[in-house]
Design a protein around this ligand. Structure first.
Ligand SMILES: Cc1cc2nc3c(=O)[nH]c(=O)nc-3n(C[C@H](O)[C@H](O)[C@H](O)COP(=O)(O)OP(=O)(O)OC[C@H]3O[C@@H](n4cnc5c(N)ncnc54)[C@H](O)[C@@H]3O)c2cc1C
Length: 489
């Protein structure tokens, strides 16, 4: 039986990101993926939100995605457009990029980091003991690992086999989705009727038309047929616009469920395996990628024995509330999209509210992921929040904070000429960078904040501590997040 430190079930967006993070930290990781390649059926997710672009920027790979997509104001709450161009981030926009384009680019990075992908292979079961996990694969083979992470999507076998409860709401509405060729030019945009909202769209001339139709009945089984699609188009638009062919037809619902626990012993869950919700607001892929960035460095530190297993508990503690909030806001968006007059009146009211600055910035910061605040206790406003990508000046010249995070290692950023700190007990793990920054510190929603003299930044870009280097809390924060102090060699 072959052994690896970590086996990841599923090489979708979440599994790929996690594999990259682990490989960056030098961990022996393998992905087991049912598909034989990175082909994605249909277009699925339509793009990236600001915080996801930021986390890719923190690894020096955002440009690859930006070059392939189109930056624009993509955010919407139940279709009510929200502009974030005034947000204090380098990426004050979203990126229109289909999942079918996103995955191969991410897979390219993971390949450069040398992660093997066992394609055309499924995880079919596992058994864990005190020392590791035996992962059973299709074809009667198995792998031994210290940890198994289920990034195997909404129907996650890993979650089911681990016996983790997946409670929530059953579907109330079903949508048919397709990518089609039509002989006639259809009416592009949204249309509302008594069934709900329907949409026909294409991003560029010559692309297939993307169809999303709210279905009148919920109790469907299996994928829709071409005849069903034609019938549904005629019932909404009075015509099928000369529907010629469909490269992909599927359906999705507003089922809303979350794993009760993101970890059971040596088995963890991330991405859709941990949370499913309707695509309103376009948050699924983004949340999965960010789960991976939260988990990656923690799992790496536990595997290489820098930290104890208890560090993994912070993964659930930090990411479960973020997932719950996504579920909650998608439930609200589904309600606001209901076609009846009362819900439409509520929607009009929300549209008015969201045209005001503060409500807009609050909701937009939530959807973009820029306001995520892990509860790390009382302290400086930065504590638990994302570190802004400041322009700084170091002994090596000008740089950006995100550039300092490219290698996925924690950084103790010292921004004051006075004082110093003996980081040598952690020097093999934490980089101390002396720098200066001219300018204000500003966070989305909160606005301007007091500039701290030093900041301890985790590999995921969240602030673990902020203050003065003489603060007695600093050694505790270093030990809590990056392992006990050890005398420098
Ligand atoms: C119609 C639609 C529109 C969407 N729109 C958006 C959007 O606009 N924005 C957004 O952010 N998200 C959107 N999403 C959601 C997004 O597609 C998912 O959230 C995202 O793909 C989740 O990534 P994942 O890696 O966690 O899971 P998946 O993408 O489901 O990947 C799971 C992987 O695991 C593999 N697998 C499954 N079981 C096994 C097994 N037993 N062994 C080995 N491999 C296995 C699968 O082949 C797959 O590759 C949309 C989804 C749909 C369906």
């Amino acid at each position: 039986m072959t052994g690896h430190a970590v086996v990841i079930a599923g090489g979708g967006p979440t599994g790929l990101m996690l594999a990259g993070e682990l490989a960056l930290a030098g961990i022996d990781v393998v992905i087991v993926e049912r598909r034989t390649g990175q082909h994605v059926d249909g277009s699925r997710a339509g793009g990236l939100h600001s915080r996801t672009i930021e986390v890719l920027d923190q690894r020096g790979i955002a440009d690859r995605f930006l070059a392939a997509g189109q930056t624009m104001q993509v955010q919407g709450f139940a279709g009510i457009a929200l502009d974030i161009s005034d947000f204090p981030t380098r990426h004050n926009y979203g990126l229109a990029l289909w999942q079918s384009q996103f995955e191969p680019i991410l897979a390219g990075w993971v390949g450069e980091l040398g992660v093997p992908i066992l394609g055309g292979c499924e995880v079919v079961g596992f058994a864990q003991d005190d020392a590791g996990v035996d992962v059973e694969l299709s074809g009667d083979t198995s792998l031994r690992a210290e940890y198994l992470v289920g990034c195997d999507g909404g129907r996650s076998l890993v979650r089911k086999a681990a016996g983790i409860d997946f409670s929530g709401l059953d579907p109330s509405t079903s949508w048919m989705i397709a990518e089609v060729e039509m002989d006639e030019e259809p009416e592009l945009g949204f249309r509302r009727d008594s069934a709900g909202t329907h949409a026909l769209g294409r991003r560029e001339e010559g692309e297939p038309v993307r169809v999303v139709l709210t279905e009148r009945l919920l109790d469907h089984t299996g994928e829709p047929s071409m005849d069903e699609l034609r019938e549904a188009l005629v019932s909404v638009y009075g015509t099928d616009y000369g529907l010629r062919s469909a490269s992909w037809i599927s359906r999705f619902t507003d089922m809303t469920r979350q794993a009760a626990s993101y970890r059971r012993g040596r088995v963890l869950l991330a991405g859709d395996a941990a949370h499913v919700h309707p695509p309103h607001g376009g948050q699924g892929l983004n949340t999965g990628v960010q789960d991976a960035v939260n988990l990656g460095w923690k799992l790496a530190q536990v595997v290489n024995k820098t930290s104890s297993e208890s560090l993994l508990d912070t993964y659930h503690a930090e990411r479960h509330p973020v997932g719950a909030r996504v579920l909650h806001n998608t439930m609200a968006q589904v309600a606001l999209s209901s076609p009846d007059d009362r819900h439409q009146a509520l929607r009009d009211t929300m549209t008015e509210l969201l045209s005001m600055d503060e409500p807009r910035s609050r909701i937009a910061a939530m959807l973009s992921g820029l306001d995520i605040h892990y509860d790390l206790g009382e302290g400086h406003p930065l504590l638990g929040r994302r570190m802004p990508d400041l322009d700084v000046h170091t002994a090596d010249g000008p740089t950006r904070v995100f550039t300092l995070l490219h290698d996925g290692r924690p950084v103790l950023l010292h921004l004051d000429e006075r004082g110093g700190f003996d980081v040598s007990p952690w020097a093999d793990r934490v980089r101390l960078v002396d720098a200066t920054h001219d300018g204000v510190w500003e966070l989305p929603v909160l606005g301007e904040i007091a500039a701290p003299r030093a900041v301890l930044i985790r590999p995921d870009g969240h602030v673990a501590w902020a203050g003065d280097l003489t603060d007695a809390e600093l050694p505790h924060a270093l030990a809590r997040w990056f392992g006990a102090d050890t005398p420098a060699e």
